[in-house]
Ligand binder design. Structure first.
Ligand SMILES: Nc1nc2c(ncn2[C@@H]2O[C@H](COP(=O)(O)OP(=O)(O)OP(=O)(O)O)[C@@H](O)[C@H]2O)c(=O)[nH]1
Length: 388
């Protein structure tokens, strides 16, 4: 699936940087072009793979390259004001070749959470290609302002994109990890999951097992229809026997037992679905799904994908479950990625919204209280009136 990636804010930029690295290392070719947008110049300087020419510093007249300090409204305003500048940078990448846009942002800060929905709206007005979002939810320990921003951004981002893929930092943090190394590890997890999905859409039909090739239209069809998506992933190392020699002795599929390959795929699909999702949810609330199995061709088979697919049909109660393979002749693992789209039972989002509603009530109460306190502070019972 050919993508134009746009990283908005610090988290967005870093994740896009990692996608480029992954795309090159795996020779997948799903990154057709990438840009990074930020209001803080120091964040752009930290990027290693997004070319300098493709980096846009917005809001210079208002924040002078220092960032918006988690002010989500200011983030949206400067994105609105400088959308022309972002567009000029986008014009440098061949957008006519892409299957979709992917706008990536952390939803707890100001620049990405405010700006990403503004840009998504602009792209949808201008282009016919679908516009997808990849939104990262903050950890619950990051504090009220981050939760409030994420609750706001979630509402607008999901409305402006054709589908919002979500990753929840809170479900993925580990105790005792520093913030920096924690994000590095989390970003690897993000890129591994979403990268495999996007890369799968780039395999040519000739490389697929049977007719079960995944192409970009299947990914797009699973995502289109709107709403929110989550991804599950599971992997298992396998031995790749010397194909020529062993197959002559054992006959057939490089000597790999068909039945155990089928069983492995089926259980990997279950593990991916029932294990840790990028955004935990009730699987039965998904409207559509896609199963992709990857690995050495000798370890993939049609029957395994079919079994995994029909199991997922039962789990989700959906008739719209697609499946396909992603052969990797040099691979040493069999992988399963499950995309659940149009999910509605998501406890974390409910919790986020609840906290935001309570925070709004508390903020209003605090504002009332501090106005009263200030009035009391300056009220001297007319004793100082004579001085003025
Ligand atoms: N997964 C992941 N999340 C990150 C990373 N950096 C920040 N975050 C998350 O993203 C949220 C937003 O942070 P930033 O991306 O730094 O914010 P910003 O969009 O640049 O906005 P401002 O800093 O307020 O101008 C944070 O609350 C974190 O939850 C990262 O490298 N990886």
């Amino acid at each position: 699936m050919k993508l134009a990636l746009i990283g908005f804010g610090q988290a967005g930029g870093k994740i896009v940087d990692k996608f480029i690295e992954y795309d090159r290392a795996t020779e997948s070719g799903f990154v057709t072009g990438a840009i990074a947008v930020n209001s803080a110049s120091v964040d752009l300087q930290g990027l290693e793979h997004v070319p300098e020419d493709n980096q846009v510093l917005i809001g210079q007249s208002r924040v002078k390259g220092h960032g918006v300090g988690a002010d989500n409204e200011l983030g949206a305003e400067i994105a609105e004001a400088d959308v022309g500048e972002i567009q000029s940078t986008l014009d440098k990448i061949p957008v006519h070749e892409i299957d979709a846009f992917l706008v990536v942002a952390g939803m707890g800060g100001g620049t990405g959470s405010g700006g990403a929905p503004v840009l998504a709206k602009h792209l949808k007005r201008l282009y016919t290609a679908p516009v997808f979002g990849l939104g990262v939810l903050p950890g619950t320990d990051e504090g009220g302002i981050y939760t409030l921003n994420a609750a706001r951004s979630f509402q607008t981002f999901v409305r402006e994109v054709d589908n919002l893929l979500v990753f929840d930092n809170d479900s993925w943090r580990q105790t005792g990890e520093s913030v920096g190394s924690g994000y590095d590890r989390i970003n690897e997890e993000i890129v591994e999951r979403f990268g495999m999905l996007f890369a799968a859409g780039e395999v040519s039909a000739g490389d697929a097992v049977g007719e079960s090739v995944v192409d970009s239209s299947e990914i797009i069809n699973t995502l289109s229809g709107g709403g929110v998506s989550t991804i599950g992933y599971a992997t298992e190392s396998v031995e790749t026997p010397n194909a020529g020699l062993l197959s002559r002795f054992l006959g057939g599929n490089d000597g790999i037992d068909e039945m155990s390959a089928t069983n492995r795929i089926t259980s990997l699909v279950r593990k991916a679905t029932l294990g840790r999702l990028t955004l935990p949810c009730d699987v039965s609330s998904a409207e559509r799904a896609l199963v992709v199995t990857g690995g050495p061709p000798s370890h993939l088979n049609r029957k395994g994908i079919e079994r995994g697919r029909s199991w997922l049909e039962e789990e989700t109660g959906s008739m719209e479950v697609r499946g396909g393979d992603f052969p990797d002749p040099a691979g040493e693992e069999v992988e399963a990625t499950v995309l659940l789209s149009g999910i509605s039972e998501v406890p974390r989002v409910k919790q986020l919204q609840q906290v935001a509603i309570e925070a709004q009530d508390t903020t209003a109460e605090i504002q009332r209280q501090s106005q009263d306190d200030l009035a009391e502070l300056v009220d001297t019972g007319e004793e100082l009136e004579a001085l003025f």
